[in-house]
Design a binder for this molecule. Structure first.
Ligand code: GLN
Length: 492
């Protein structure tokens, strides 16, 4: 088989490995070489995608050889055995570093593997390295990384989205067949939408958070970022499942990825989502076009009410920042990574380490989170946000009584320019208008390609489903991708 790094899907690669047309070390080497060529470009080089935070060359080749041995012995551990994958720099592995792309975790080596890593090792997947991200997953553009910005392979003057922008850029640029991201308020879906990929924020509790550095614990989920729905499903099947080490892991039975009859599917279209002031015409047209395609496939597309969208971003920010302010208190210069070299006493260690180790956006969120949790403001902000969260969940549950899935834009615009929003946090936060409520509800949401807008840049739709129906969402997209070819286009 000819290995086209950009176009080959993970499942195609897996099949070629099983049929002995390619070997795992061969494939791994090819992706590592491509990733390395980009990684070694100078920081100022505007052709540098900067998808990776670190590469694990030696470990990857050893894993590939081990996987190949098992395959050659006729004991392929899973359908994805021998296929390489990239991991967001927030998912702990015992080899290499895991730094959340933050200065404060410079050089940090995790003492244990994340739950998803255990599962991927058992399945025989090979880890290429860690992908760049917004520091501690706080951002929508991968511009807050301590390791420099990541560029969008579709237009290197634009952002790849965030916070899992490195994972998205790696897959879109052919530097990994697929990748894992994490999604607290849209960090898988938004970068997938901006780089023409298919990605899932799974039902809360289906994928272990053990070994995922915590941002907003009640919102965080790890999920796949892939070239199509079939690849995303294959990877989600590997990483999902109960893990005793995560007390919020509650999955009872595996997802059902079997094909669905689109004639039995009712798709709800929240009209108000399409009347939002920030929604660009090109995005709106592509997503409404997707509704037509679903109709042509036999689905019913109906208008629905889905109130409270204006509250999604503020509610999300209050809750996410509150949780982050607590989660990030562990980075104190004593236990992990960076310690300020010129601290005089223990208080100075805390103060200077955190002042020097965290970037502006992270500090802003810690301050905001501490504020909404502080006595006197707790009732007005944090408690109120929890109440609104309950209302948002109820609104989604009610909407999903009348339909099987909800179709919306994933993002209000196509990829924006580097530097375009980073000075204006409110504008940046509003880019998450369509994704944040899904995390507040715990429901599954995915993003998938549905056309091209301004400047030929990709547009993504979002599909939101009932809890535990992640498989059905992906099957609907599989049907859609059988009838369209947007997902088969690659950046030049
Ligand atoms: N972009 C959102 C934020 O800035 C979501 C981040 C995420 O999902 N990790 O918080």
């Amino acid at each position: 088989m000819d290995l086209d790094l950009k176009k080959s899907t993970a499942l195609e690669i897996a099949k070629a490995i099983q049929e002995r047309k390619l070997s795992s070390p061969e494939v791994t080497r090819a992706y590592l070489d491509a990733a390395k060529a980009d990684f070694e470009k100078a920081p100022g080089d505007t052709t540098k995608i900067n998808a990776y935070a670190s590469l694990g060359e030696e470990a990857a080749m050893a894993q590939a050889q081990a996987a190949q041995k098992r395959i050659d012995a006729g004991e392929a551990p899973s359908p994805l055995a021998g296929v390489p994958v990239a991991l967001k720099d927030i998912i702990c592995t015992t080899e290499g570093t895991t730094t959340a792309s933050s200065k404060i975790l410079t050089g940090f080596r995790a003492p244990y593997d994340a739950g998803v890593v255990d599962r991927m090792r058992a399945a025989g997947l090979v880890f290429l390295g860690k992908t760049n991200m917004d520091e501690f997953a706080m951002g929508s553009s991968t511009e807050t990384s301590h390791l420099g910005i990541t560029r969008n392979p579709w237009d290197t003057a634009r952002v790849p989205g965030g916070s899992s922008g490195g994972s998205a850029a790696a897959v879109a640029a052919g530097l990994a067949p697929f990748a894992l991201g994490s999604d607290t308020g849209g960090s898988i879906r938004q970068p997938c939408a901006l780089t023409n990929l298919t990605g899932v924020k799974p039902t809360y509790g289906s994928v272990s958070r053990y070994g995922l550095m915590a941002y907003g614990s009640s919102l965080d989920q790890i999920g796949p970022m892939a070239k199509d729905a079939a690849d995303a499903a294959a990877l989600l099947a590997v990483i999902s499942g109960k893990d005793e080490r995560d007390s919020t892991s509650v999955m009872e039975k595996p997802f059902d990825f079997s094909d669905i009859n689109m004639k039995e599917i009712k798709i709800g279209i929240p009209r108000n989502y399409f009347g939002m002031p920030g929604l660009a015409d090109d995005v709106k047209a592509c997503v409404l076009g997707a509704a037509e395609t679903f109709r042509a496939l036999g689905a019913k597309a109906i208008d629905i009410d889905l109130p409270l969208i204006d509250y999604a971003v503020p509610t999300y920010l209050i809750i996410a920042c509150a949780e982050a302010s607590s989660n990030l208190s562990r980075y104190d210069g004593v236990k992990y990574g960076y310690r300020s070299p010129d601290a005089a006493d223990i208080h100075d260690v805390y103060y200077k380490t955190r002042s020097e180790g965290f970037g502006t956006e992270v500090k802003r969120r810690i301050i905001l989170g501490s504020f909404v949790l502080s006595s006197g403001y707790f009732d007005a902000y944090y408690k109120k946000a929890l109440q609104v969260r309950g209302l948002i969940r109820a609104a989604f549950d009610k909407a999903l009584e009348g339909c099987d899935m909800i179709l919306s834009p994933a993002t209000p615009t196509v990829a924006f320019e580097i530097g375009g929003k980073i000075q204006d946090p409110i504008a940046m936060y509003l880019a998450d208008i369509y994704t944040t409520s899904v995390n507040l509800t715990g429901l599954p949401g995915l993003a998938a390609p549905c056309g091209f807008g301004e400047g030929g840049l990709p547009v993504g739709m979002q599909l939101i489903g009932r809890a535990w129906e992640d498989g059905r969402l992906l099957s609907a997209v599989k049907a859609y991708q059988g009838a369209t070819d947007f997902h088969k286009r690659w950046p030049a």
